[in-house]
Design a protein around this ligand. Structure first.
Ligand SMILES: CCCCCC/C=C/CC(=O)SCCNC(=O)CCNC(=O)[C@H](O)C(C)(C)COP(=O)(O)OP(=O)(O)OC[C@H]1O[C@@H](n2cnc3c(N)ncnc32)[C@H](O)[C@@H]1OP(=O)(O)O
Length: 408
């Protein structure tokens, strides 16, 4: 939800309330929409400040809502309505203004931030693009090159850097909310048209096509096969060449293709997995408090059972003639599945660990879990170990001559 109050008799304060990061859930969007209506109707109110509860402006759209059916007021019209207001609206940014949170702030007429606050459009890291106007407003505010950098990487930057880029108007080491309220009182009556970012042209260099093509090639190389960075460049191209309203249509169209994609689901799953893992320690405290004895599983066991089962399947694939050699499997993992290049690929890595050790571990885990078929060591792995664990480049010599021809 969002609370509404009036300070000094004339400054409406809209406070986003959705701990811990004040994500823009349906209830928060409804609260903001209602509060905007109240400020418009209240003749005493001459300016507006939007802030987040507990020193955090907003962590963006509520990612947990993405999996289900989205309800409540949509973000885009809400932000457009804020920008269109005839009373100045100031975003008081403390903590974070990320994703939809920064897009909300870009719909405001001014942005005042704490120096240490983090801002950014990290949607690309979730397989998305900034589709609440961010891909169209940010380049209009700070120019195409800087917007391309921020949006295609999704990086978070400090407000002090955002000030240099022109994303925020002022920073403070003190209380950003107090500063924003004082600022809001002072700017009443100043013209708002130049502050509506959607009405600005998009500053871009003369060789704009060259720049867009170069960045497109870079993102394709950096994140092979990833859809979102490519879509981000497409949305920014629209910001340069199309008027705002048409650019917004393009932004929406590109987001439509990403929103339900497997890549977006995977990246959002990874976001929450990362946080769950970091909470493991707290779970242990919980178990201890209730007298439960957790089964101890060493992190190496999890890693080894995943990794060695994977390489074991690689040996079976080689044995069955589905791949011509270990290099085929490694190339698929490095280039297709993001296996760290400096580790060569799973088959090369098995060679580095030592085939005898991989075999020993598989035998150990198979003994413990005889019902798990993929822990059963491959005959090819046994043959290689028996032959003294030759280097990966020699494995082809040990493949059965009569195996089915490779499909690769
Ligand atoms: C066609 C549809 C149109 C839709 C258009 C609108 C689209 C908008 C796109 C977006 O805005 S996508 C979201 C963009 N925002 C982000 O990517 C930020 C994600 N969050 C973070 O990076 C970090 O959480 C943080 C904000 C920097 C805070 O970090 P900190 O280390 O302090 O805390 P965490 O442990 O990471 O998080 C605490 C807690 O909060 C949950 N959470 C964080 N952000 C969100 C979020 N945006 N939505 C939902 N939940 C969020 C996080 O999962 C933790 O909760 P948990 O229960 O412990 O897991």
């Amino acid at each position: 939800m969002a609370s509404y109050s009036v300070l000094h008799g004339s400054v409406a304060l809209i406070t986003l309330q959705n701990p811990p990061v004040n994500a823009l859930s349906a209830a928060v969007r409804a609260g903001i929409t209602d509060a905007v209506q109240r400020t418009l109707k209240d003749p005493q109110v001459t300016s507006v400040v939007i802030c987040g509860q507990n020193g955090r402006f907003c962590g963006g759209a509520d990612i947990r809502e993405f999996g289900g059916s989205m309800s409540g007021p949509p973000l885009v019209p809400m932000i457009n309505a804020i920008e269109a207001m005839d009373k100045p609206v100031v975003a008081a940014i403390e903590g974070v203004a990320l994703g939809g949170g920064l897009e909300l702030a870009l719909g405001c007429h001014y942005r005042i931030a704490h120096r240490q606050a983090l801002v950014g459009l990290p949607e690309v890291t979730l397989g998305l693009l900034p589709a609440a106007g961010g891909s169209q407003r940010l380049p209009r505010l700070i120019g195409l090159p800087a917007a391309l950098d921020l949006i295609t990487t999704g990086k978070h930057i400090l407000a002090s850097e955002a000030l240099k880029l022109g994303i925020v108007d002022q920073v403070t080491d003190g209380n950003a909310l107090n500063m924003a309220v004082e600022f809001a009182r002072r700017i009443v009556g100043k013209p708002l048209d130049p502050r509506r970012i959607s009405t600005l042209p998009c500053p871009s260099p003369p060789d704009v096509d060259f720049l867009l093509d170069r960045v497109l090639a870079q993102v394709r190389k950096r994140a092979r096969g990833a859809l979102a960075p490519v879509a981000c460049v497409g949305a920014l191209r629209a910001a340069v060449f199309l008027p705002f309203a048409q650019g917004m249509e393009k932004e929406r169209e590109l987001m439509g293709a990403l929103f339900d994609s497997g890549q977006a689901r995977a990246l959002q799953y990874a976001f929450f997995s990362q946080r769950l893992v970091s909470q493991l320690e707290n779970h242990c405290c919980y178990w201890a408090r209730y007298g439960l004895v957790p089964r101890h599983i060493a992190p190496e066991e999890i890693l080894e059972r995943c990794l060695y089962a994977l390489t074991n399947e690689g040996f079976n694939i080689l044995q069955d003639g589905m791949a011509a050699g270990p290099e085929d499997i490694d190339a698929i993992y490095v280039f297709g599945y993001g296996w760290p290049r400096h580790r060569g690929g799973p088959m090369f890595h098995a060679g580095q660990v030592g085939l005898a050790r991989v075999l020993e571990k598989l035998e150990h885990y198979q003994h413990k879990h005889p019902d798990v078929p993929y822990l059963k060591p491959s005959p090819l792995l046994r043959r290689l170990v028996a032959a003294g664990s030759p280097a990966v480049q020699k494995w082809r010599e040990f493949l059965n001559k009569d195996r089915v021809h490779s499909q690769l």
